[in-house]
Design a protein. Structure first.
Length: 338
């Protein structure tokens, strides 16, 4: 029953991730597929009528143990806006694939399991195993990926203008829970595996955080194709007017944004944003005409800039947040005035 719950939750999350499309992390999709397949393996193992079927199901269940910690680390890095170079990711994938190939030797070679015995109780079938050396390698890799995620979370606590503290605390909480459950499971020697449920609960946390981020992402906001234009600055706020991030060009136009803490109110200590954009944003918010956008221009150091303020996911007199897009229109203004 526990494994069916895990499958159901993972499938539901899979639908959500698919709905959000390109604004979501592709590794989240892979993680959920791995969890679904692994949980199905655990469930099939519990129903196995003999050793041969149990070993076959057991190999499927190891998908999560081999790949979920690595995928979780990549997702954590993406949430914390730390890019893992492609060559490093290829090495990570290659290493876990090799480990899983050793998992596939179960029943044939004494490399991953030295031996396995088939048993049944009221909860279903289970295996009593004597582990081989490659199982130790897989466990070590799982622990290292999890610890790396915790280290990245702790490091990101000091990057307030880049990563939301709420997001970091949520990531650290899910990692600590995963480690705690694994240690308890090994200490008590439970006959039922809690690992798939642990990964499922962690994936719930990751999905919630990714959805929160995607609501204020350049890939999900209206006019998304325009973000390919490097001369278009974008600044995001949630419905409570808390700062949610900006594009590189926006930070170039408004340098103070790099000092603002994510998910905090707009600082009132001067700066270009407070001079040119703060009051128009407040006026737009008070007007509550979220089916319309506010368009204006301002001049700074001889350059003309156009900005548009619009609502993110508007619904009547309510919106998920606000988007400000700013562009340099000096050349267009000069052509018009000729």
């Amino acid at each position: 029953m526990l494994y069916l719950i895990s499958i159901g939750i993972a499938l539901t999350l899979l639908v959500l991730v698919t709905i959000y499309g390109k604004s979501m992390d592709d590794h989240m999709l892979l993680l959920l597929v791995v969890i679904v397949m692994s949980s199905a393996g655990y469930y099939a193992l519990a129903l196995s009528p003999n050793l041969e079927d149990a070993l076959r199901s057991n190999k499927l269940s190891y998908l999560a143990g081999c790949f979920a910690p690595m995928l979780a680390l990549i997702i954590i890095c993406n949430i914390c806006r730390l890019q893992i170079p492609m060559p490093v990711r290829l090495v990570m994938y290659s290493g876990q694939i090799v480990i899983y190939l050793f998992v596939c030797t179960i029943g044939y070679l004494p490399i991953y399991y030295k031996s396995a015995e088939y048993h049944r109780n009221s909860a279903g079938a289970f295996l009593v195993k004597v582990y081989g050396p490659m199982h130790t390698v897989q466990v070590v890799s799982m622990i290292l990926y999890t610890l790396a995620g915790i280290v990245i979370g702790l490091y990101s606590l000091n990057r307030r203008s880049v990563v939301s503290r709420f997001n970091v605390y949520a990531l650290l909480f899910s990692d600590v829970i995963a480690v705690s459950v694994y240690l308890v499971e090994r200490a008590v020697h439970l006959e039922i595996e809690l690992l798939p449920l642990t990964f499922t609960l962690a994936s719930v946390v990751y999905t919630i955080l990714l959805i929160r981020i995607s609501n204020f992402s350049i890939y999900s906001a209206q006019g998304a194709p325009d973000f390919a234009n490097q001369n278009l600055g974008s600044i995001f706020f949630n419905r409570d007017l808390r700062y949610m991030g900006c594009s590189d060009y926006a930070a170039e136009l408004f340098p103070e944004l790099m000092q603002w803490e994510l998910e905090k109110k707009i600082p009132g200590n001067g700066g270009r944003f407070n001079t040119f954009l703060r009051q128009p944003l407040l006026n737009y918010m008070k007007a509550e005409k979220y089916d319309e956008s506010l368009n204006k221009t301002f001049e700074y150091k001889g350059e003309a800039y156009h900005f548009e303020i619009s609502a993110i996911h508007p619904s009547g007199k309510r919106a998920d947040g606000y988007l400000i897009q700013v562009s340099n229109v000096t050349d267009a203004v000069k052509r018009t005035n000729r």
